[in-house]
Write a new protein. Structure first.
Length: 419
């Protein structure tokens, strides 16, 4: 029978890759703790209605990519395509705002989108994200953008540029929408079938259509920055002033709209090198979503956040980060009662914090040392019956073959001194 494969577009993370994943996750946790963010873990399955309401039912994510189904109990569920909607749901469900007027929350976990698989684009992928709930000031935008940049830089990627735009507020949208409809209505014959439909349902989405003819038409389209009210324009200018003050390079990209409907005011992205990532070069996407909490039934609460694609980041940093696990010690037993001695000793060494392997069966010392060499261990401890009478063991350097007798009481210190 042919062995089963994992679902197309999903992937196993194998043991030799996991150390780098841990590294990326630990760095993220440590950095976010410095900004006083706390982790939140939400379920991967949510009511479908959550994403229809939060992300927008005329977005690609909800229309085409969401894993949505009705379960055996008749409930309409979806695998989460992103984390923001779930964090907002949890924030409201548990009234987190009551105890944390400014809630700083982060998450790391798998998201699901049924996109066409490609390098850096998967159907299950991990996001590390942060949501800052309850702060309206441009300084909050600058801090959150800085946090994303600091994280990426801490992994050894120095060449980070931020792309910025502002989408204004709820009043800006209809004005801009009308301008877009007027503009694209003159050009329907050059739009793809999806965009012709979007002209009716969600004209902003035409601006991030990937079809080349639509992209070409979008170049001359009205620019949202021209429709901002004075407060939003001042907010955007202040974000830019602070990023300049921090020395963070950025470009204002007036055509950027992002693929989710909940954004207001500042939106941003960070691109990695297209050489390494191909067309899927966006590693961070984020922005303000000041109206979402009210739309979800809460009190109007200004909010900003971002999410980072971990697989894409991993492709970029895998050659920059050298990780070596702590040295491995192999404990071999020799002579009468050798296995018992080896197993007891391995427990003592692990209790002292060492990384230790022990064979599970008696065997000749030669055979055990052969296994030790294959295991990747640098040192072997031989618990022989003769040395045992002197409460000692033999310590062998597997590479050189050099060995010395060491009293058991001094073994941990001797091993540590050699590592
Ligand atoms: P997003 O732009 O849809 O934003 O996704 C954020 C990041 O997730 C992308 O920049 C990319 O690195 C990664 N990503 C998205 N789709 C895939 C995929 N199919 N395969 C691999 N990586 C992928 C959001 O999800 C928002 N929730 C971000 C946010 C948080 N905005 C405010 N708060």
């Amino acid at each position: 029978m042919k062995p089963l494969q994992c679902v197309k577009g999903m992937h196993d993370i194998l043991p030799d890759e996991v150390a780098l994943w841990h590294h990326l996750e630990e760095k993220f946790r440590a950095l976010l703790a410095q900004y006083d963010y706390a982790e939140i873990r939400t379920p991967m399955l949510e009511p479908q209605a959550l994403f229809l309401r939060a992300i927008g039912d005329a977005t690609d994510i909800v229309e085409k990519e969401m894993y949505a189904f009705v379960d055996k109990g008749g409930d309409a569920l979806a695998l989460r395509p992103e984390g923001t909607a779930s964090v907002v749901r949890a924030y409201l469900q548990h009234t987190l705002g009551a105890t944390m007027p400014i809630s700083r929350l982060y998450y790391i976990g798998p998201m699901f989108r049924r996109e066409r698989p490609a390098k850096g684009r998967y159907r299950q992928f991990f996001q590390a994200g942060a949501e800052l709930i309850g702060a309206a000031e441009p300084a909050a935008d600058a801090e959150i953008i800085d946090m994303a940049v600091q994280y990426i830089r801490s992994l050894g990627l120095s060449n980070v540029r931020v792309q910025l735009n502002s989408l204004g507020d709820a009043q800006t949208r209809p004005l801009f929408r009308d301008a877009l409809v007027a503009y694209f209505s003159q050009r329907t014959e050059r739009l793809c079938a999806d965009c012709r439909r979007r002209l009716e349902t969600n004209p902003l989405r035409i601006l991030d259509c990937k079809v080349p003819t639509c992209q070409a038409e979008a170049q001359g389209a009205p620019v949202i920055l021209d429709y901002l009210n004075p407060d939003d324009a001042a907010h955007f200018a202040e974000v830019q002033r602070l990023l300049t003050l921090f020395g963070i390079p950025f470009d204002v990209v007036p055509t950027m709209v992002r693929g989710l409907d909940y954004y207001t005011q500042t939106i941003f992205e960070i691109q990695g090198s297209p050489d390494a990532l191909g067309a899927q070069a966006t590693i961070v996407g984020g922005g303000r979503y000041n109206d979402l909490i009210a739309q979800m039934g809460g009190r109007a609460t200004p909010t900003i956040g971002f999410a980072l694609g971990m697989e894409r980041l991993l492709i970029l940093v895998k050659d920059l980060v050298a990780l070596s696990p702590p040295p491995l010690v192999f404990v071999a037993g020799a002579g009468e009662g050798g296995l018992d001695r080896a197993m007891l000793l391995s427990r003592t060494l692990r209790a002292a914090g060492l990384r230790v392997l022990v064979p599970f069966k008696e065997g000749s010392l030669r055979a055990q040392l052969k296994r030790a060499n294959k295991s990747g261990a640098t040192l072997a401890v031989i618990a022989g019956s003769e040395e045992a009478q002197r409460d000692a063991v033999t310590l062998r350097h597997l590479e050189t073959g050099e060995q010395t007798e060491v009293p058991v009481a001094e073994l941990v210190a001797t091993i540590e001194a050699q590592q």
